[in-house]
Design a binder for this molecule. Structure first.
Ligand SMILES: [Zn+2]
Length: 413
């Protein structure tokens, strides 16, 4: 039965409609518009939104779902889609099957396995020996359900070129968490996205300080050196202009730098950390994102680097670079769903208006996936994922937590 929500203000992703309505049938939005200009037939089931706000379901662009044991938490915070950054194909297939059965969890988009050159730099990565292996690998990942691809830490230029070329041919986006290649080279090759603040910016460092990982957690690597970067100058201008001109989506994952180094004190959405997560993050497995062995000076370095990253995000906005919202959930303290609200508050601290922050988690996120119009906005043909809010989200980004109802695939969850 077609259903309409009325007595609401609708923010579609590009405009605000008041009094507005959203009409959907099954899983799909069929119409959005001015409620005072239409009459619904008696076959339409009406939902009274009682003066609330309807926005597209939120998207988190950087998640590792294989480590998320509480998928329903995303929905509690209005996150109806996530982009997974490298989980095993089995995990993705299982997640999607459960989503399809109507279990409470967001839809998962998938960038396939992380692609390295030579040898995998992480247990979730795969490595190619030579570029000629790339088409076969990508075709395999695509058959397993990949919505795009992700280059990883050890990927070299030839691999990057082969991945980007093949993806372009298939109309799929490529993003990267690269540590050796330069972001500007990847952009010139035609990449669609860059993950993390430090990946976009490491080419601006004269050299990267070495971290003795036996004595200190490698997490320090994402800060060390960056604290001295200036967000001004010719090189920065060229980098930002290139990011704008190539219309990449940069997902700085500010939460990854802000939360894990002090996760025991941080509660991203003003909620206490659930005991199960506290226990999970206390495991040795998470050592690579811990502050083990750090000196007070290291903590100061991290603090300053976070300020630098925020200055660059501010600069990116000034250059009209597309900035997407991603969190790296579930790094320690980076709580499913709640962390996305934290990320949007951090973007607001970088000068984003509430609407710009909201775009980062909706239309820009859809752009990163090359799925504009299908997800991340309210328009005919889009999946009926949306959130009913109590308060105006365009006034304050904090109002995004005033969630009254969440609709996933047209059904209230
Ligand atoms: Zn990640």
């Amino acid at each position: 039965m077609p259903t309409a929500i009325v007595n609401v203000t609708v923010w579609t992703g590009s405009q605000t409609i008041s009094p507005g309505f959203v009409l959907w049938e099954g899983e799909t939005v069929t119409d959005v518009g001015r409620a005072d200009l239409v009459r619904f037939s008696s076959s339409v089931k009406m939902v009274d939104g009682r003066g609330g706000w309807v926005i597209p379901g939120l998207m988190d662009l950087h998640v590792h779902v294989d480590e998320v044991k509480t998928p329903e938490m995303f929905l509690r915070y209005g996150v109806t889609s996530v982009r997974d950054m490298g989980s095993a194909p089995k995990v993705i297939a299982e997640w999607r099957a459960r989503w399809k059965r109507g279990e409470r969890r967001p839809y998962v988009y998938w960038t396939g396995r992380n692609i390295d050159t030579g040898k995998p730099s992480w247990w979730e990565a795969v490595a190619v020996k030579r570029p000629s292996e790339v088409p076969g690998l990508l075709e395999h990942l695509r058959k397993l359900g990949a919505d795009g691809f992700k280059l990883y830490v050890n990927a070299d230029r030839a691999t990057a070129e082969a991945v980007i070329d093949y993806a372009r041919w298939k109309g799929l986006p490529v993003t990267a968490h690269h540590e050796t290649l330069r972001a500007s080279d990847l952009m010139r090759l035609g990449i669609h996205g860059i993950e993390h603040a430090h990946c976009l910016l490491h080419e601006l460092l004269p050299s990267r300080p070495r971290i003795d990982e036996k004595r200190k957690s490698g997490y320090l690597r994402v800060f060390a050196g960056f604290e001295r970067l200036s967000a001004e100058g010719e090189q920065v201008r060229r980098l930002m202009e290139l990011a704008y001109a190539t219309s990449i989506v940069w997902t700085p994952t500010l939460s990854l730098y802000d939360i894990p180094r002090r996760w025991k004190e941080v509660s991203p959405a003003g909620v206490p950390l659930p005991a199960s997560w506290r226990e999970e993050w206390s495991r040795d497995y998470w050592d690579f994102l811990s502050t083990r062995g750090w000196t007070p000076a290291d903590f100061r370095t991290a603090e300053r680097a976070v300020d630098v990253y925020k200055r660059f995000v501010r600069e990116a906005k000034r250059y009209r670079v597309l900035v997407g919202a991603g969190t790296d959930t579930p790094a320690p303290g980076v709580l499913p769903g709640a962390a996305l609200h934290h990320e949007l508050r951090l973007l607001a601290e970088c000068g984003f208006t509430p609407e710009e922050a909201l775009r980062a988690a909706t239309v820009v996120a859809a752009r990163a996936l090359r799925l504009e119009g299908k997800v991340g906005s309210l328009q005919p043909g889009a999946r009926a994922d949306f959130v009913l809010l109590e308060r105006n989200p365009l006034e304050r980004v904090e109002n995004l937590t005033s969630i009254r109802k969440v609709y996933l695939r047209g059904r209230q969850v």
